[in-house]
Design a protein. Structure first.
Lengths: 579, 290, 290, 579
């Protein structure tokens, strides 16, 4: 018997409620003091197709899913066909006997069949719509999980539909639970047990990023819907009235970034979330923010390209694009969080850095990070985030201004004190043409050189403030993984497995991508005995970047570009090929 | 009192002598002064083009943005600080060509912006290509076949898109244009002021001499009801021997976009603190994830 | 003889059961067959969205492009090979939102394209955000404040932009829609077929039951003159208890864009050799630089 | 006395005809058997401001201007203020005495004043508008240049205005010539002398690029005007009727590239010219061409950014942007010509490579190259350009097709034989989503992997076909310049000066930028004793690229980012700082 160390997976068609069922069960686990990591997988269609929701659960914090499934809740026959191979020997499948599954197929894989009349139970105790609730009850019955927490989740999630619906769902869950507990529980070795623990949140990357941005004082969010970036816009839309945020679903992405520039120039912290395709349309605007020196935040939640690619899936293919997007040269800050906590951090740091350096800041997230919820301690996200508005002139300072305000005053750091429009002492116009210190259009050689150098000095200033890479594991390990973004989670799990196997591996994760803190990266990598870069793209973009600026070439590259996230097993399997 | 001169800057306009932009610039300065606005009360937003350089020559807050993105930047600016009067000044290429989608959207959105389009029916700054409003058959130096498309009709499209203040000005009549801009400044939503602007260098056809005898004023049209959509549509289509100027359509019945945004009830966004609430009030957000 | 079934492909549509796209798909296949076109005579161009997947389910040449760029790609395709019938099928978000500028331009340009807009007044594929044609007050899951803007009126805007064939279809009436598409296929310039398309998943308001009693056919309107712009403008504005379907406006007096391009007089561009002339005839170009 | 080795410069306001006057004089020099290199400099305004046109002339081929001016034709007083410092001792200025120039200022610089009553001569012999013709006549008089060729140019250029205008201009030129010859010619040591030579063209980069594209069979050009790219669109518009090219000034750049994709998918060779800002708007379309595998050609004629930047000026700031534009990973070909001849070559090679690899191809030119005319032998551009349409299925091959056509058939090279739409045996739909071999939308892991790998194999296939760097100068030189684009011209002139001074320098120019032919670049650079990269941007983009892929770090970087082109003097002056 193995307690609190397993993976549950729910599979079914789009429209069958796979996601809400998975999330509900995950919630119940978290409320029971367990740690979980959730993985979603769905097609770019509204109904039909095959979706799944996978929950890795443990009694300690975990950073990714893995490839072993212990219990499958199959809402369709396809779910079994798709996932049978993933189930460990001794694992099982809960399904409605109406699906006409051949138990022999399961037996051939040493997988146990647990047919449960989910629909019948649902109909008998409530309504047909509640079959998923039955599945949850059945899973609890099989794993021996506490029905109290399951019931609390049912109460909360169905509460707004009325007491009657809640009651019916509770009955359905109880009936399925009873049925399974009696009939099958004894033959299933993987168990889940509630433990005492402080409250925890079940939160995904998009959500924590939005929270970080909100706390940083983001008051204006414009965007055009694009998976997987749009949930951030929607998050703000839902909270906009309560927290006084103006949200705008604009006519296109060109409008979105330019609205954000307009708002930011007025002095409001403003952001636009999108994915790579939408970002492509924002490229010209990025340069506008660069030359106007307007602080904006752009979030690119990556998905696989090129073009539409795989709309609902995962990749990290946009790194070098972010660094070089738009004509000409200017500072952009690029932060690539790799964990839910780092999403929150990036959410507020981006605003501080953008305002301090009066430049666009890009948060480069990805679908895996955006969609995968993890259990987090309540204090993992400290809402009292630091706010640094940089060289922003106060009304008092402006009151005392005696000479004509110079928006683009040439300074040593390259940063010019910023006045917001509206003060009588600092009336100025600025523009996308090259300009002089006052903002007037100017083509002079000397002025161009001065202003260009002023702007580019900010790159070096920002570079010196960029954080060193995050390092994990023993400093003198035999193997060093270099990675970024959400690949970090599977890499951490892989490193843990290696160390369980008596090998030693450590990790260098670069979150502060640009301006690349070259010296810090060099010193983090210098001691590496064997350097393996793990990233989710075809060409090895981080490895290219590191070589370009540090001269360090990695010894091996583990890549994945099939639209599905890395896994610890994938990394370990491919490690053999590269070392 | 603010005077029109207070809106001029030290920089001499680089427009060609005789360019219709001078008339628009002068009318705008006069209208601003008449409305009692000071330079710091105003935010001029433009794009890229000859006309779009206007903020560079004007003492007022301003942003010269990208070609075509004028209205998008202006919309963000207006939503962030509706305490300032946001005025766009940009060319027909900028407004109706590259910026066509933002134009239709701004009209429909009824965002509180005065949109002055310097409509010279040509691309001035890039040296004479045809623009969306160039008539069928216009032959620029660069395209000997001439324009094949029918000209874009901004007034008709604005009307169809639900515009609430649709007007045409004429840079050759300072007084009328000044008046028209003051009316636009008084409108609560999006106000289109499409201005007939001679480009003496690249569009010799629509010269002062061609336009002057043709324009006539809507306010002189007894019985014209500027709140009648059907009548306005007919007027919007009128072009040729007689060209109507003035207010083609106006309604004050629809609130401006910014009047309907809950977050703006507490005043201009930029005047509100970064956080709308105290820190503990944000803590409840974590409850959503339990 | 080609049959409607010849236009179906092996791939089963992924649309939700009851989706209005089925009606549009069936009408299109029937109309193509009735017009005597074979799959290889047709080029379907779409964008990204639920409706834009139509070419994936259809046996015909097709390109599913980017969200919003449908008409731009189609225009290039038409100019490169006007031997094929170019038909666009895309959503209201694609056509009037992201693609708004191309829409107005295609209308004005009168390019020979049949443009079928699957207008479900919502963003289907991205799960229910409001679209340009969502009515004021529409409250999607994702935006509890609801749509603040007035709805975009494609028929009125197309009319104002100089459209030559402006129509509305209804996916609940296969016969009428089939007829309408055949009429559009017979038009020489740009033909807009805006189709009322129920989205049973994200836009419950405009359901079959809501729409069916409201629609009425223009061809039943005795005395309606579909070449009268003023009348068409009034009809285009009609919405609510009664919704007109059919041809709102039509004129065959304007040639299609491609009819006016000199290089196309020699036939479809793609059928012409890469070089229009012999090599020595190109040598004279060098003389320009002496 | 120095014959046929000098620089003339014409300076005046926008609207005064500086460019046409300069071009006319240059034309006359070329007709007289001389080589010239022309440099234009103008503001982003229609009237006023200060413009200039500089003509370096020699009896041998030259690759750039330099910084010494021998004769200035000043149409305004400002022209003298601006350019006096550039004039060599013993050089002179022709101006109208009405400008009230203080001759002492000139004398202080050992520059000779040649006041000529240009307007008066023009009015007397023709009309006021002909003052520029007088200036040309005066310049010919001073330098002793042949009036026969001057007159032939006048006849050709004014021909379409009628015989009367021609005659008047001829009179004006003759009068000014006579006036100056008598009064000043003896005191001016720099002379121009017609020599016998074959016919030559005076042609700029934009023009030769357009010519190359036309000869390659480009039949569709769509674009939105943007300096300095739009002259290519205009060139095609002017020639469209005669040569059967469809040209389209589209509503915006998004439309332009997507129209080009539509046309190319139908089978027509299609192109869109723009500058960096317009390219920014084409980024999403680039990815569309990438995943659809549609061959298109995009021309980015660079100008200084960020954003609007300096609209009429020069920079090479978009190199890395071209390589990484658009979400996801796919092949794009990037050719960066550095000479007028290479512009022609890029103009046709881009189409062949695009069709062969069924991918977007980018020609990366720049303002200096685009606008600067040079004298070229007639046979320097061989119009009989090779045409390679790649794996394009003929009607006959399609007639014989028996199975369902697979547009994206998986092949070893990654290239799938292409059928154009319209054949009954090859009816297919393709799309921007990931797709299977038939083009149907498909999200399968195996299919995604296969198609992604198929596309990326084309990168390696194309890489092996990319040309090695162009090399100039002695192989064993002490100094190697690494450069690209139009910087090549000034670098060549600088290397010549060095070798005149007894030093030895050679040059490695990379024209085939992407896929970077890594081995060929490595072997070209390996022998370098001292490697100095010369490029016109702030960050040293080519140096970064080379380091990223070859590991070779340059020893020094000579950069320029003031919006004005490199010059040999600038390179030599900065060489001291970096070696
Ligand atoms: C994205 C982009 N495309 C093209 C340009 C080049 N451009 C600058 S101004 C202009 C057109 C100007 O025409 P209009 O807007 O009518 O203004 P006008 O000069 O006539 O006042 C163009 C095409 C640009 N700056 N940016
Ligand atoms: C540039 C870009 N922005 C956003 C998206 C995401 N997207 C895909 S479909 C769609 C909207 C679909 O709405 P509509 O065009 O009305 O089609 P429907 O699904 O309703 O048929 C959006 C926003 C995208 N693919 N590309
Ligand atoms: S080119 Fe035309 S629009 Fe531009 S400044 Fe000159 S006259 Fe005015
Ligand atoms: S979501 Fe709506 S539009 Fe999309 S397939 Fe379903 S019913 Fe049709
Ligand atoms: Mg204009
Ligand atoms: Mg829709």
């Amino acid at each position: 018997m193995l307690v609190n160390d397993m993976t549950l997976k729910i599979g079914g068609e789009a429209g069958q409620g796979v996601e809400s069922t998975g999330r509900g069960f995950a919630q119940a686990l978290v409320r029971g003091g367990l740690y979980i990591f959730g993985l979603q997988d769905y097609h770019s269609r509204i109904r039909g197709g095959h979706n799944s929701y996978q929950i890795r659960v443990a009694d300690h914090d975990i950073y990714s899913h893995d490839e072993r499934v212990h219990l499958l809740l199959a809402l369709t026959k396809v779910a079994i066909d798709e996932h049978l191979q993933e189930i460990v020997p001794g694992g099982g499948v809960i399904y409605d006997p109406a699906l006409s599954v051949d138990e022999a197929d399961l037996a051939a894989q040493s997988v146990k069949a647990f047919p449960v009349p989910l629909t019948k139970i649902a109909v008998d105790q409530g309504s047909k719509l509640m079959a998923n609730t039955a599945a949850i009850g059945a899973a609890a019955g099989l794993t021996g999980y506490d029905m109290g927490v399951i019931n609390s989740v049912i109460r909360d999630n169905f509460g707004k539909k009325g007491q009657e619906i809640v009651e019916a769902n509770l009955r359905v869950a109880a009936a399925a639970h009873g049925f399974v507990k009696e009939k099958y529980a004894a033959s299933f070795p993987f168990k889940l047990k509630k433990i005492e623990a402080p409250l925890r949140m079940l939160i995904s990357g998009n959500q924590s990023l939005a929270l970080g941005a909100l706390l940083a004082g983001c008051r204006f969010v414009a965007g055009y819907p694009m998976t997987p970036g749009s949930p951030i816009l929607e998050w703000f839309a839902v909270h906009s009235k309560e927290y006084g945020v103006v949200t705008k679903h604009s006519e296109d992405e060109l409008a979105a970034i330019n609205m954000v520039i307009g708002a930011a120039q007025m002095g409001v912290r403003a952001m636009t979330p999108t994915s790579g395709g939408g970002f492509s349309l924002m490229v010209e605007g990025l340069g506008l923010a660069g030359i106007l020196e307007v602080p904006i935040v752009v979030v690119n939640v990556q998905r696989p390209g090129p073009a539409t690619g795989l709309a609902t899936r995962h990749e990290q293919g946009d790194l070098l694009f972010m660094l070089h997007a738009a004509q000409g040269e200017f500072l952009r800050i690029v932060l690539a969080p790799g964990t839910i906590e780092q999403c929150f951090e990036a959410g507020y740091r981006a605003f501080n850095l953008a305002e301090k350096y009066q430049s666009p800041a890009i948060i480069l997230s990805d679908a895996f990070l955006a969609h995968s919820p993890r259990a987090l301690d309540m204090d993992a996200l400290d809402l009292d985030v630091p706010i640094d508005r940089g060289a922003l002139l106060s009304d008092e300072e402006l009151d005392g201004l005696t000479e004509r305000y110079r928006r683009y005053a040439v300074t040593e750091s390259g940063i010019s004190p910023r006045a917001l429009p509206g003060h009588p002492n600092a009336v100025y116009a600025l523009g996308s043409d090259e300009h002089d210190e006052y903002g007037q259009i100017c083509e002079d050689v000397a002025v161009r050189t001065q202003q260009n150098e002023k702007r580019m000095r900010k790159v070096e200033a920002a570079r010196s403030e960029m954080k060193p890479p995050q390092q994990y594991g023993p400093p003198d390990a035999e193997l060093t993984f270099l990675t970024w973004g959400s690949a970090l989670g599977p890499v951490r799990m892989a490193a843990d497995i290696l160390s369980d196997q008596g090998q030693s591996a450590n990790i260098v994760q670069i979150m502060d991508i640009w301006p690349l803190p070259v010296d810090k990266v060099t010193s983090a990598l210098q001691g590496a005995k064997k350097l393996i870069c793990v990233e989710q793209n075809y060409t090895g973009q981080l490895a290219t970047l590191v070589r370009a600026y540090t001269g360090i070439e990695v010894d091996g590259l583990i890549r994945k570009y099939d639209g599905r996230p890395m896994s610890p097993e994938y990394i370990l399997a491919h490690l053999k090929g590269v070392v | 009192m603010v005077d029109a001169k207070d809106f001029a800057s030290d920089v001499r306009p680089t427009w060609c002598a005789g360019c219709g932009n001078f008339g628009i610039w002068n009318a705008l300065k006069k209208a601003l002064a008449q409305t009692g606005l000071a330079p710091h009360d105003v935010m001029l937003v433009s794009g890229v083009g000859c006309g779009s350089k206007l903020p560079d020559y004007t003492t007022a807050n301003g942003v010269m943005t990208l070609h075509g993105r004028t209205l998008a930047v202006a919309t963000g600016a207006r939503l962030a600080n509706h305490g300032l009067k946001v005025i766009c000044t940009h060319g027909d290429g900028d407004g109706y060509g590259e910026g066509g989608n933002h134009f239709v959207s701004a009209v429909r959105r009824n965002i509180g912006i005065v949109d002055i389009v310097q409509n010279n029916r040509v691309y001035g700054l890039t040296k004479g290509q045809y623009s969306p409003t160039s008539p069928h058959g216009f032959v620029p130096r660069t395209s000997p076949q001439g324009a094949i498309e029918e000209a874009f009709n901004p007034l008709a499209v604005a009307l169809a898109a639900g515009g609430t203040f649709i007007s045409r000005g004429w840079s050759g009549d300072l007084e009328h244009l000044t008046w028209l801009i003051t009316e636009a400044l008084g409108h609560r939503g999006y106000a289109l002021v499409d201005v007939l602007q001679p480009c003496v260098t690249f569009n010799r056809k629509y010269s002062y001499d061609w336009l002057r005898p043709r324009v006539y004023k809507m306010q002189d049209q007894v019985g014209y009801d500027s709140s009648d959509k059907a009548a306005a549509f007919a007027k919007a289509l009128e072009w040729g021997e007689r060209i109507p100027i003035g207010i083609i359509y106006r309604t004050e019945s629809r609130p401006a976009y910014e009047e309907m945004v809950p977050a703006l009830e507490a005043g201009p966004l930029v005047k509100q603190p970064l956080r709308a609430k105290t820190l503990p009030e944000y803590e409840v957000l974590k409850q959503e994830y339990l």
